[in-house]
Design a protein around this ligand. Structure first.
Ligand code: PBG
Length: 323
């Protein structure tokens, strides 16, 4: 036998061979595209720190939803920018709220695209926190009822799935009970289970105008150095009835994704967040990286780490690149 016996390069010789032995495959079917819906009509306002992403009025959001359906991605997740924000985040659980209105319009125009909604008060509150404020602190239990009410109004308006991202304790159970009691036991909950207090959300807060007006989110979102705690968060959400669990952000938390994949058998999602998008776009604009290869390589890494589902601002573009 000639030396060396094992030649790893044999299976790397041609694209056909590399495709044959590829361990991780990206598919548009496992991707969800986040969109920001705002008041008005014919609005398509580019987000400064997220070039290529927009605040969309309902009519424009309908067009994007049609595009998403055609591209074959799984679905879209909607974030709302209300006309007015208030102390209680009322627009979030109003039947006439911006997301509810968008859902009704989109549902009329697309048939089987999954319509997912983000459930959280921060885009709707004047103070920018994810729950009710009492005595200068975010109140957990009083917030739960409002989150559950938001989920119900979203589902009534046409949402196929709800995704709580607020990080209050007990929200999954509160939402599950509410939906079950109102006849929506068939609607799945995708929980942002291991959601870290991350600087990677910066551009999103510009997009949604949701930066906290005082303090920060560290008393409810997870501390970035913690990994075991993420597994506890996920376990609790599974126990409370979450159908899909999520790790967020993605690229800086691949270890968490991998550990969650090992420890749980439920479908696992990961959110490639606004800051991850902004960094790629900024470097690409400077001509410092090969943009398309980085987009594919990043999504592949998230999937390889163990995510079944990727929420990404690149969903539409990936669908194009992969076809
Ligand atoms: C709402 C929410 C946020 C994101 C998703 N849902 C912002 C935050 O928690 O501050 C971030 C998404 C992104 O950065 O792309 N709580």
């Amino acid at each position: 036998m000639s030396f060396p016996t094992h030649r790893m390069r044999r299976l790397r010789r041609t694209q056909r061979l590399r495709n044959l032995v590829r361990e991780t495959r990206l598919t548009p079917e496992s991707m969800i595209y986040p969109i920001f819906v705002c008041p008005g009509s014919n609005v398509r306002k580019e987000i400064g720190s997220m070039p290529g992403q927009y605040n969309l009025s309902v009519d424009q959001a309908v067009n994007v939803a049609r595009e998403a359906e055609k591209a074959g991605i799984a679905g879209i997740i909607l974030f709302g920018i209300p006309k007015e924000k208030d102390e209680l985040g009322s627009d979030c659980y109003s039947d006439d709220g911006i997301v509810q209105e968008a859902l009704r319009a989109i549902r009329e125009n697309v048939r089987d695209l999954l319509l997912v909604t983000d459930i959280c008060l921060c885009e709707y509150t004047s103070h920018g926190h994810c729950g009710l404020i009492r005595h200068g602190d975010v109140e957990n239990d009083a917030t739960l009822q409002l989150l559950a009410e938001s989920a119900l109004t979203h589902v009534r308006a046409g949402a196929d799935m709800v995704a709580p991202s607020d990080m209050m304790d007990g929200r999954v159970m509160a939402i599950r009970h509410k939906l079950d009691a109102e006849g929506f036991s068939g609607i799945p909950v995708m929980a942002y289970s291991a959601k870290y207090a991350s600087a990677f959300y910066g551009p999103f807060r510009e997009a949604a105008g949701s930066a906290p007006q005082f303090g920060d989110r560290r008393s409810y979102q997870m501390d970035p150095p913690n990994a075991r705690e993420a597994l506890r968060e996920i376990q609790l959400d599974v126990d409370e009835g979450a159908d899909i669990v999520m790790v967020k952000p993605a690229l800086a938390y691949l270890d968490i994704i991998a550990r969650a994949r090992e420890a749980f058998d439920v479908p696992l999602a990961a959110y490639q967040v606004s800051g991850e998008y902004a960094m790629i776009e900024a470097a690409a604009r400077n001509g410092w990286i090969d943009r398309e290869r980085i987009i594919i390589e990043s999504a592949t890494a998230i999937k390889r780490a163990g995510a079944d589902i990727i929420l990404t601002y690149y969903a539409l573009e990936l669908a194009r690149l992969l076809s």
